[in-house]
Design a protein around this ligand. Structure first.
Ligand SMILES: [Zn+2]
Length: 359
C-alpha cells in the first residue's frame, strides 16, 4: 500500500475517493503520508519536508503574502464504510469523505494545478487530529519546525459546508470539590454531607447567564455547564466528598487566564474546597479584519460564521497566524457511519480556492 501512487490529474472528487480507499485511521497514516509525499515531490515548483507522518510542501516565489492550506490525514475508525461508493445522485460515501479527505483532495489539487499562485503557498498535511491533543501532528510540527508554518493567513480545510468559519471558542474544564465528614446514614447528624455542600455550585450554574459577544462581526455563544457530578460512598454512608466537573466554553475575547479567573469568580463563596484545572485549550480570535483574511472572504463569498467547537485554527492563532475553517462537506456528517460528501461541493470548493489564488 505504501507504493500506491496518487494521481493528481484526477478531479478533486475522484481524488477524494482514492484517498478514502487508502485507509488512514489515526495512528496508521503512514501509507497515506507516503503517497502524499511522493505525489508532491513529483511537482518541481514545491519544496517538500516531512516530519513523522506530517508532510509540508511550499512554493517559494517571493510573493508579498504567504497562505497556509492545512488538513489532517487521519480519520476516525472505519465503520464498514470503506471502500468509498459513489451513488447516482453524485454523493460520495465512506469514512473520511467529509472529515476530511475531500478537503485534503482540494489541497492536493491546488498544489498540483496552481504552480504560480498570487500568494506563496504552504500545504500542511498532518496526522492524529482525531485523537488526544498531545498526539496532534500539527502541534508536533509547530513545536519542532515552527519555520515550516510561517505565514500570514491559514485556511484549515475542515468540513464547514463551504462557509467560512472564523476563530474558535476556548474550552476549560475544572473540577470543583466539596468536602464533608463520613458518618452512618442512620446517624446522619454526626457527619456532614459533601453532596449537599455542592448545592450552591449547582445553583450558581443554573442561574448563570452566558454572554453572546460579537467579535469581528461574528456572534459567539458562551456556556458554563456541569458535565459530571461524582459523589457517594455507599448506600448507608454520608458522603465526605463530591466533585462537580464544569466545562466553560468561552468566546475568543477572553484569554486563557481571564477565562480561568472568570470561573473562579463565578464560584466564589460557594464553599469550594478544591479547584483543579482538568483541561484547557484557548480560544482563537477570528482575525477576519486581517487583509489576507478579508481578501479571502471576499473571494469565496458567503457570510462568515463563528466556530463554537475547538479546532486546530487556535494552533495557528497561537503562532500569531489568523486562521479560518473552510472546506467542502457538512460537518454534521463527520464521524458517522453514513458519512458522505456531495461531489459538486468538492469541485466548487476547489474552484473557489483556485479563483482566489490565481486572481
Ligand atoms: Zn476533521
Amino acid at each position: 500500500m505504501a507504493d500506491t501512487p496518487l494521481d493528481l490529474t484526477l478531479d478533486a472528487a475522484e481524488l477524494t475517493a482514492r484517498l478514502v480507499d487508502l485507509p488512514s485511521e489515526s495512528g496508521s497514516e503512514k501509507p497515506l503520508a507516503d503517497a502524499v509525499e511522493s505525489a508532491l515531490r513529483a511537482l518541481p515548483h514545491l519544496t517538500v519536508d516531512r516530519y513523522g507522518n506530517n508532510v509540508v510542501a511550499r512554493t517559494d516565489l517571493g510573493r508579498a503574502e504567504r497562505v497556509i492550506l492545512a488538513g489532517h490525514l487521519d480519520t476516525v475508525p472505519i465503520a464498514d464504510n470503506v471502500p468509498s461508493r459513489l451513488d447516482e445522485d453524485g454523493v460520495l460515501w465512506g469514512c473520511g469523505t467529509c472529515d476530511m479527505k475531500a478537503g485534503v483532495a482540494v489541497q492536493l489539487r491546488i498544489a498540483a494545478t496552481v504552480p504560480a499562485p498570487n500568494r506563496d503557498l504552504t500545504f500542511v498535511f498532518y496526522d492524529n487530529e482525531e485523537v488526544a491533543a498531545d498526539l496532534n501532528g500539527l502541534g508536533h510540527v509547530a513545536a519542532a519546525h515552527p519555520d515550516w508554518l510561517r505565514g500570514d493567513f491559514a485556511v484549515l480545510l475542515e468540513p464547514s459546508d463551504g462557509q467560512v468559519e472564523g476563530g474558535c471558542q476556548g474550552t476549560l474544564r475544572v473540577l470543583l470539590r466539596t468536602t464533608g465528614e463520613r458518618a452512618h446514614s442512620a446517624r446522619g447528624w454526626m457527619g456532614s454531607n459533601a453532596v449537599h455542600a455542592a448545592a450552591p455550585i449547582l445553583a450558581r450554574l443554573a442561574a448563570y447567564e452566558p454572554r453572546r459577544p460579537v467579535i469581528d462581526g461574528l456572534e459567539y455563544r458562551e456556556g458554563l455547564n456541569a458535565v459530571r457530578v461524582e459523589g457517594g460512598v455507599a448506600g448507608n454512608v454520608i458522603p465526605d466528598e463530591c466533585v462537580v466537573t464544569v466545562n466553560f466554553r468561552y468566546a475568543p475575547d477572553r484569554s486563557e487566564q481571564e477565562a480561568l479567573e472568570h470561573v473562579r469568580e463565578v464560584f466564589d463563596g460557594c464553599g469550594v474546597a478544591g479547584f483543579e484545572v482538568d483541561d484547557h485549550s484557548g480560544a482563537a480570535l477570528p482575525g477576519l479584519s486581517h487583509p489576507a483574511a478579508a481578501a479571502f472572504i471576499e473571494a469565496v463569498g458567503g457570510t462568515p460564521q463563528p466556530k463554537f467547537g475547538w479546532t486546530d485554527v487556535s494552533r495557528f492563532a497561537a503562532l500569531g497566524i489568523p486562521a479560518v475553517n473552510y472546506g467542502p462537506g457538512n460537518p454534521h456528517l463527520a464521524h458517522r457511519r453514513d458519512e458522505r460528501v456531495e461531489v459538486a461541493k468538492v469541485l466548487a470548493g476547489e474552484e473557489r480556492l483556485r479563483a482566489w489564488l490565481t486572481a
